[in-house]
Design a protein around this ligand. Structure first.
Ligand code: ADP
Length: 161
């Protein structure tokens, strides 16, 4: 049976850390749905269209990856796309508590939906969308954080110097 998984996140914006996890998942599973939260708690810096656009430009070459926006419960989005597991990246122990809580909540809501954690690449353990936003807003170099193809669009938007 074909194994479909979902990688959910805000991706505000996508970084090399996200791309690493999505690429790993695409090698492990038959199909990967990248689910972009439409309504992010924290006011997103980029619109849903922009966040999806950045992802398509950076993981679009992976043939078994599809990028979708979603609103509402992750378990519903997973079911809608036939995903049997959620894939999340773990950077450090500090990620663990929140991720474990979410995994167990999702299991309560949908007992058959499991969560798989993939260890981040050591070179990206420090990296997050917030780091990109902070550094770029101060005019710092973000070329080690996001791919060249989306770099200028992100930098020009965030740079406040
Ligand atoms: P959320 O807002 O749900 O935390 P993010 O967009 O920050 O979503 O992250 C989406 C997924 O990518 C999460 O599983 C997160 O752990 C993972 N992730 C983010 N940055 C990295 C990184 N540097 N290395 C590995 N995984 C990462």
């Amino acid at each position: 049976m074909e194994k479909t998984v979902i990688c959910p996140g805000s991706f505000d914006p996508v970084t090399y850390g996200h791309i690493d996890i999505i690429t790993r998942a695409s090698k492990l599973f038959d199909k990967v749905i990248v689910g972009v939260f439409i309504n992010v708690d924290k006011n997103p810096s980029f619109s849903i269209e922009e966040r999806i656009g950045f992802l398509k430009k950076t993981v679009g070459h992976l043939k078994n990856v599809e990028v979708v926006g979603f609103d509402g419960l992750l378990v519903d989005c997973a079911e809608q796309h036939g995903a049997t597991a959620v894939v999340r990246g773990l950077r450090a122990v500090s990620d663990f508590e929140y991720e474990f809580q979410m995994a167990l909540t999702n299991r309560k809501l949908s007992p058959t939906l499991d969560t798989v954690f993939l260890a981040s690449d050591a070179q990206y353990t420090y990296l997050s969308s917030s780091i990109v936003k902070n550094v770029a807003s101060l005019g710092g170099d973000i070329s080690n954080f996001v791919p060249e193809i989306i770099h200028d669009e992100i930098f020009n938007r965030l740079n406040k110097t």
